[in-house]
Design a protein around this ligand. Structure first.
Ligand code: ADP
Length: 253
């Protein structure tokens, strides 16, 4: 059986100046996967995301989205993105959860009144999918960091993307709620069939939820299923993580 490839990266290398920050990256994400892309700070995670979102053009290599070369790819509505800075726009912003999520359809806060019935339902469904139904009419500014992050995910999925990219989504999530947060992502993956690429420097908790792990530090040191990842030895991981090994909170540490 031929699995649809959501993302394929072949021999990608990127440099801002003389020095490469990504070198010979090969990565393939099949439909339905939940991929954790892990790497220490400065390992090139954001740069790789920018290449995938066509914000940067790699000097070498190829990227395919939904099996189309990225230069020709036009179906950007199939891709949702929640940036690390998603929750910085709202500080003191007088918008409700409903309005913020609806802006994922209208592109603007405030046009939600003109939403059709079908679109309004989509807004409520997205809010429910991230477990925020009890907060629909609450002001976004009153919510905790983790709750806000859920709202931004709802905004990203309201237009029903097939592929959702999340950049460090647990930054600002209370440590006691991280597990629940990952459970919510797992439901989006399994029940709504959204392929997920989650970028994080936290290699601990995430490896209990994802189907695949990719370890980046300029090179892709490892890419495989989570069971293959579990077989890696501490020495393998320390080669990749170097002095950042203390970040490991999983059994591997
Ligand atoms: P991460 O997201 O894993 O923290 P980045 O992709 O932000 O890593 O950075 C990878 C490397 O590229 C780092 O050494 C960083 O200093 C460098 N870098 C990032 N952005 C720029 C830029 N705009 N110009 C020059 N160097 C950059």
């Amino acid at each position: 059986m031929n699995e649809q490839s959501i993302l394929q990266i072949r021999h990608l290398s990127f440099r801002y100046d003389d020095e490469y920050v990504l070198q010979d990256i090969n990565l393939s994400i099949p439909k339905g996967a939940f991929v954790g892309l892990v790497g220490p700070n400065g390992s090139g995670k954001s740069t790789l995301l920018k290449c995938i979102l066509r914000l940067l053009k790699p000097q070498e290599g190829e990227i395919f989205l939904f099996e189309t070369p990225i230069a020709q790819f036009k179906e950007w509505h199939k891709i949702g993105f929640v940036s690390q800075k998603a929750n910085s726009f709202n500080t003191g912003f007088p918008a409700t959860v409903y309005e913020v999520v609806a802006s994922g359809l209208t592109g603007k806060i405030g046009l939600f009144r003109s939403l059709k019935k079908k679109d309004k339902e989509a807004v409520f469904e997205a809010i429910e999918a991230v477990g925020m139904s009890d907060f629909v009419h609450r002001n976004i500014g009153e919510l905790s960091g983790g709750q806000q992050q859920r709202v931004f995910i709802a905004r990203a999925i309201v237009s029903q993307p097939e592929f959702l990219i999340l950049d460090e989504p647990t930054v600002g999530v209370d440590v006691h709620h991280v597990q629940n947060f990952y459970n919510m992502l797992e439901r989006l993956n399994k029940q709504l069939n959204i392929t997920l690429l989650l970028v994080t420097h936290d290699i601990g908790t995430i490896t209990e939820k994802v189907t695949h792990v990719a370890c980046l530090n300029k090179h892709l040191h490892f890419h495989g299923s989570v069971s293959e990842f579990a077989k890696l030895k501490t020495e393998d991981l320390s080669m990749f993580y170097g002095h950042h090994l203390h970040l490991l909170t999983h059994d591997h540490a």
